[in-house]
Design a binder for this molecule. Sequence first.
Ligand code: RTP
Ligand code: MG
Length: 149
Amino acid sequence: MMERSFVMLKPDAVKRRLAGRIISRFEERGLQIVAVKMLQIPEELAMEHYQEHREKPFFTDLVSYITSAPVLAMVIEGRDCISLIRKMVGATNPAEADVGTIRGDFALETGRNIIHASDSPESAEREIKLFFDESEICTYEMPDREMIY
Ligand code: RTP
Ligand code: MG
């Protein structure tokens, strides 16, 4: 089934100039970028985005990390792409993430794990709505789709 996932390159990915290399991994895999924007997340939006963690001891640090500099927010489309992207991203703690995953190749600490990706269809729908208007999401033909699928 075609799905859309919300993916966000966190402040450390942007500041470390890793954005292009990370985006390339999704493109090379055959996924389609259908929306992208850079923004510095306001505190209220950060708290809303990570609302499931509001009672956790790391919540304050998480919100200050994610609001500390601009992020690159994206919507990525592809067949069953929500779980696929989570696999490509790797474990929350980069020290435990498999080599070959984005976190496993580019990061070392849970609190600086460079990328977010939706963990379920429900999260994806909620998170896409938080960051994008439907009018900001593009639909276009991907000429090589029939070679990929
Ligand atoms: P994300 O939501 O950012 O894609 O990461 P995730 O699903 O892999 O992990 P999640 O459990 O949703 O945690 C969200 C973010 O909170 C920070 N965190 N810190 N100190 C800790 O124990 C801890 N646990 C989580 C991480 O930055 C994680 O990405
Ligand atoms: Mg999460």
